[in-house]
Design a protein around this ligand. Sequence first.
Ligand SMILES: *[C@@H]1O[C@H](CO)[C@@H](O)[C@H](O)[C@H]1NC(C)=O
Ligand SMILES: *[C@@H]1O[C@H](CO)[C@@H](O)[C@H](O)[C@H]1NC(C)=O
Ligand SMILES: *[C@@H]1O[C@H](CO)[C@@H](O)[C@H](O)[C@H]1NC(C)=O
Ligand SMILES: *[C@@H]1O[C@H](CO)[C@@H](O)[C@H](O)[C@H]1NC(C)=O
Ligand SMILES: *[C@@H]1O[C@H](CO)[C@@H](O)[C@H](O)[C@H]1NC(C)=O
Length: 365
Amino acid sequence: MRVARLLLCCVLLEDYSTNLGGTAITSDAMRQDGSSSATNPTLSDVPSFSEPIGNVTAAIGKEVALSCTIRKVGNYKVGWLRAEDQTILSMGDRKVIQSTRFFVTLENAKTKNQTQSREDEEATWQLHIRGLKEADRGCYMCQLNTKPMLSQLGCVDVLVPPDILSSGTSDGEVSVLEGENATLSCKASGRPPPRVFWRREKSDFILVRGVHDPLIQVDNLSGERLELTRVDRRQMGAYLCIARNEVPPAVSKRVNLKVNFPPSAKAPNQLLSSPLDTNVSLICLIEAYPKTINLWMRKEQVIMSGGRYEIDERGDPDEEWKTTIVLKIRRLEKADLGEYTCSASSSMGKAEATLRVYGKLSLPA
Ligand SMILES: *[C@@H]1O[C@H](CO)[C@@H](O)[C@H](O)[C@H]1NC(C)=O
Ligand SMILES: *[C@@H]1O[C@H](CO)[C@@H](O)[C@H](O)[C@H]1NC(C)=O
Ligand SMILES: *[C@@H]1O[C@H](CO)[C@@H](O)[C@H](O)[C@H]1NC(C)=O
Ligand SMILES: *[C@@H]1O[C@H](CO)[C@@H](O)[C@H](O)[C@H]1NC(C)=O
Ligand SMILES: *[C@@H]1O[C@H](CO)[C@@H](O)[C@H](O)[C@H]1NC(C)=O
């Protein structure tokens, strides 16, 4: 490779040191040539570029081609180089670089116009890059070993689908106390830089504090950081950070927000009157996170399921901090009348609610 490169350098390249300057010279030459060759016969033997190579953009893994079209190339040689490090990719119809991802095709444009004179013939050297990698991003130079050397540049941009970076992104779970501020972060890479936005996984909206403080519903929120001030239990749940750019697929990451608060217990119906010998259900609503241990008590005694007692506990599928506990007493007896207590306790505290069951006279029909 190195030997080949040295050899070719002498054949092909005039001056490495002015490689970026070469671009300017080239475009000058092109402009001059494009406007004057038809009218100025002294330039008729000088090869020239027919048109700029132009830039191409493609997603990683795809194939691109850069076209270098030259008029009146004669016996001069055309080469392709990577501009950044001057690596020679091809020379004439020979490929120099080993990689199978690069190859050059030559198309003679003679047939375009049969009446065209031989001197006006054009030929196109196409540099193809298959299986694009990020490292292929950059400019490529089409060179002609004239004196002075002629060259022009075409650049390849490689687009990359979004990726969510582990550093700078919240772990799967963020845990705060109710009333504290919480920040969910999500850092994404990609080219072009992806748009990052947040949604709730299940519900259709995110709750955030509006300007006047109460929580308001929004569909989504843009930005790498989702700032929640004075977090409310209703904001608990799974959030999705979604990163999207023009290269599919979009990616997402789930972050679970846990809002911890002491339990509360409430009996929606504190006074229950029920005829003897019927079933009666005592209901208690618990709100807590983390989850509580829930008990029904009577006269300081824990009530166990079994016999005429049936205890049922139901979580709320949408609001995981809500639990309903039900004590069902079958065939109510006189001895069952009186006070019942439901209690909920967690590491954050304990709460109780009291209910009273009265007997109701069942009037004979
Ligand atoms: C081609 O891309 C290069 C590098 O990104 C840029 O400097 C140049 O202006 C572009 N040329 C055109 C014609 O867009
Ligand atoms: C072919 O080339 C001739 C001479 O340059 C020109 O007059 C003619 O218009 C061209 N025809 C086409 C179809 O391009
Ligand atoms: C984000 O929400 C706005 C309205 O608040 C809506 O117009 C837009 O389509 C949403 N964007 C996405 C990606 O869901
Ligand atoms: C929570 O955020 C609000 C608004 O950004 C700020 O005023 C307040 O000081 C923050 N509280 C804490 C404990 O950081
Ligand atoms: C009382 O509950 C039991 C079992 O839970 C049921 O079989 C019975 O039909 C119920 N009685 C009434 C009057 O609802």
